[in-house]
Design a protein around this ligand. Structure first.
Ligand code: SAM
Ligand code: SF4
Length: 329
């Protein structure tokens, strides 16, 4: 394992994008992510403090991390979220982004913008208030759309709308989402359902695949595929009207060969993949008073042992022992 130079895994993939979970808790209960009741969220006292986070982020910066995406759980329910964005901004990364369900976006967007947040991905799985309620179980579409309007008012660029594509739930809304992207001038990204939730919704028959999504869209629109640039999404642009949409096809066509991501859980465990079954407790190193060099070595070791692919299509695939809301989506 190289102990200088960029953060590489055993296959030579350079890692420069950190998904940073700031909480496991959530104000919604999406059917593909967590159960409706009795969810076992971590105690808040276990979360990394802002100063612990800053200490780790300084090491990540030295290791070549360029972009940070805040996630969770729902990152906007972490009460120090603005302070965290400020800390990341002060350390200095090329990009600071956030993935949110949008329920608290209108409230926090202005302070987050002032603190240095650059981009937002907003999850909206249905444009029909009743279906929204069925999929997300709590919250409401209207509040989320007010959050989206607020982003526009503030001048946030490159906002994306995430849609988990679910057969039998929102497959009849794919074309509506394209209309929506034209109307709101945002890019929509359809995400294939993945077996990383704590629920039993994941079944092959519930996955709306990339090809099925493309077939639906091509029934109404002409579009061309764009060149892929270090993103999990394949993107497309309309040829008659300049709308853009993306598809994250983790299940039908994995993009592991280009992966540049690592993940830190809210309680300080480093994971080299959303589907990983191993992790390194960086929080423990902090508690033991480890120096920068020791933390750096732990990070390099965890990344170096990353598997080539998430392996969901291999015999003996085991669903990760931590669901997506505990790792950070
Ligand atoms: N709470 C925030 C939100 O919903 O945007 C951030 C965390 S969430 C875990 C991050 C993203 O993962 C969301 O876009 C969500 O829709 C997606 N997601 C969650 N569970 C998923 C699953 N089983 N398959 C595919 N995507 C999933
Ligand atoms: Fe919460 Fe996001 Fe999971 Fe939905 S997908 S339950 S909003 S963490």
């Amino acid at each position: 394992m190289p102990n200088v130079g960029p953060l590489v895994d055993g296959y030579g993939r350079i890692h420069n994008d950190l998904r940073l979970s700031v909480t496991e808790s959530c104000n919604l209960r999406c059917i593909y992510c967590m159960d409706e009741d009795n969810v076992d969220f971590l105690k808040k006292s276990k979360y990394l403090s802002v100063s612990q986070l800053s200490e780790l982020l300084r090491v990540f910066k030295k290791l070549g991390i360029k972009s940070i995406r805040l996630t969770g759980g729902e990152p906007l329910i972490r009460k120090e979220i603005v302070e965290i964005v400020k800390a990341i901004s002060t350390i200095g990364f090329e990009d600071i982004a956030l993935t949110t369900n949008g329920m608290l976006l209108q409230k926090y967007a202005k302070s987050l913008y002032a603190a240095g947040l650059k981009r937002v991905n907003l999850s909206i799985d249905s444009l029909d208030p009743l279906k929204f309620a069925k999929i997300r179980r709590r919250g409401d579409l209207e509040t989320v759309l007010r959050g989206l309007e607020e982003l526009k008012i503030l001048g946030f660029a490159d906002t994306k709308v995430n849609v988990v594509a679910l057969k039998g739930f929102n497959d009849d809304e794919i074309l509506n989402f394209i209309e929506f992207s034209i109307q709101y001038d945002v890019a929509v990204r359809f995400i294939e359902l993945m077996p990383v939730g704590a629920t039993d919704l994941y079944r092959d028959e519930n996955v709306l695949t990339k090809n099925e999504i493309l077939t639906i869209i091509s029934s109404k629109w002409d579009f061309v595929e764009n060149k892929r640039v270090n993103s999990p999404a394949v993107t497309y642009t309309g040829t008659e009207i300049p709308f853009t949409f993306g598809i994250i096809s983790s299940m039908s066509e994995s993009f592991c060969g280009d992966c540049n991501r690592l993940r830190l859980t809210a309680d300080g465990f480093l994971r080299n993949c959303l589907f990983s079954t191993t992790e390194s407790p960086l929080s423990q190193l902090l508690d033991e008073g480890a120096n920068e060099r020791e933390i750096e070595t732990a990070v390099r070791t965890e990344i170096f042992r990353k598997r080539f692919g998430h392996g969901t299509d291999t015999v003996g695939y085991a669903v990760p022992n931590k669901p997506i809301y505990k790792v950070g989506g």
